[in-house]
Design a protein. Structure first.
Length: 152
């Protein structure tokens, strides 16, 4: 007998396939459909629809909140970016980001212009309002999200 998590995962994947790779669902409606608590839906989405598994998840909270799950269609350079995103540390210095970005440009995973924009957005100057003890963590999250947006 399949576990409820497996059934929910299969159901969501089937919906994604039917909707050409992108769905919007409401956590509560899905929980009602499967007669489970909304946290069960969160668990499935958090563990089975991750970036390293090829999915991009956006969540909007509140009364009309929803979850958008988008399958990332990856090409060869996208595979390289996905691998890097999945293995990237949780904290990155400005210098580390510049090394990553230069490599991305060298491997033609991103354009030079995209690289310059990423460097500018993740620079210490741009992040000067972020406290020093949080800056490298913020920078890593920012870089990951920018790279993911290039894949979507």
């Amino acid at each position: 007998m399949a576990r409820l998590s497996d059934i929910i995962e299969s159901f969501i994947k089937q919906m994604i396939d039917e909707m050409d790779g992108c769905i919007e669902i409401q956590r509560n409606e899905l929980a009602n459909h499967f007669n489970c608590v909304p946290s069960q839906i969160n668990y499935v989405i958090d563990t089975r629809f991750t970036t390293d598994r090829g999915y991009y998840v956006e969540s909007r909270r509140g009364g009309g909140g929803h979850i958008r799950i988008r399958r990332i269609n990856v090409g060869q350079s996208d595979d390289y970016l996905m691998h890097i995103i999945a293995s990237m540390r949780d904290r990155l210095s400005q210098q580390s980001v510049e090394v990553y970005v230069n490599n991305f440009v060298d491997y033609n995973a991103i354009s030079e212009r995209e690289g310059e924009i990423i460097k500018a957005a993740t620079s210490d100057k741009a992040l000067s309002m972020i406290p020093l003890d949080k800056r490298d963590e913020f920078r890593a999250n920012l870089l990951k999200q920018m790279l993911i947006s290039l894949l979507v």
